[in-house]
Design a protein around this ligand. Sequence first.
Ligand code: ATP
Ligand code: MG
Length: 399
Amino acid sequence: MGVWLLKPGELTLKGGNRSNFEKILRANINTMLRATVTGARLRMGSGRFYISLEIPEHEMEQYEARAAALEEVLSHVMGISGWAKTQSCEKNPQTVTAACVNEARMLFERGVRSFKAEARRTDKSFPLTSYEICCAAGDAVTRAFPSLLVRIKNPQAVIRVEIREKAYVYSLSQKGWGGLPVGSAGRGLLLLSGGIDSPVAGCLMAGRGMHVDAVYFHTPPYTSDRALEKTIHLAGLVGRYAMGVRLWTVNFTGAQRRIKERAPPEWSTVLLRMAMMAAASVIARKSHIKCLVTGESLSQVASQTIENISCTESRARLPVLRPLIGMDKEQITLLAKKFGTYETSILPYADCCVLFSPEHPVLRGAVKEAALRYEALELDPLIEEALSRAAVQKCGYYE
Ligand code: ATP
Ligand code: MG
């Protein structure tokens, strides 16, 4: 039966702290598996993680479905650089070469016609050296499939053998997200809109080990319930990577109206962003969250010039992380597709900012002028009131 072999990501760089990171990674994977895959068991040994599926004989018809659920979990784990479904077998040369032939059969059936073997031994008591394991595997495979050729340079596939506390043989491996396990880097509050960018920013911070919570500012009746539902859904998608997201929903209609009434239209977007920073800072501080996270990318839109970002940031009372700041829309879109948030993000329900956006926004707001205009709005009581009515919900948790 298959065993999934997981390679930890950057943990290997962590020196003395490594075991702590491993502990977090292990706890995360266990939580994810417990919630989604019956019979999955996680083990650790010599720097690797192993997952096996323990399924009673009478439930064997569920094997494929559970294996698929397990792989779905693995595709959401932050902190592993890759994983592979392996055949695990006894540590003797005959069973290992037989497993290589099995692996070759699967490759052959997929149309592969050239391969090489690579072996690694952490158990030096195994009677063959790594080189001898490769030779034995090469011989056995070419005998069984004469048209499957050994090619050392540019083979179509590599059959890998690892001799550890058991022997593992595999050829197809998947890339993981790498990075660090969620929970190793504190907690951030993501300003989550219904757009393409901010969900990606949240996933990226999860991949740096951060627990991500989120806040969404909506403006009913100018924004619809559909827009809210879409954002809740996005928070859930980010939560699958981030081990769950708490989402604050804040009704910003009062603040938005005040800005419309009292500020020149060209300033409205920057002032609204300033108000969002101020409100998000209050939530974060109350909940012991250490930073804010946005989906801003330098100069992508008028409100994201360095001058306007300076205005916005002047109202933040915590560090603001902008993981997308140096990326262009194409790179961000590609990531949104990989993380699986894109399809939801492009649903056509406008968030508040679109409806109130001015035709000619200021491009280079001065921080001093922004501060004067912001103070004149007397937004604090409105923000306080909005926050007192904010709703919180859990999205994308594994439970
Ligand atoms: P996104 O694709 O994330 O919506 P965007 O390219 O549309 O970003 P803006 O609308 O200028 O850019 O928003 C910049 C950032 O401000 C967003 O990435 C998000 O972090 C935050 N933001 C914007 N609107 C909201 C909102 N309604 N609620 C919470 N945060 C928001
Ligand atoms: Mg937006």
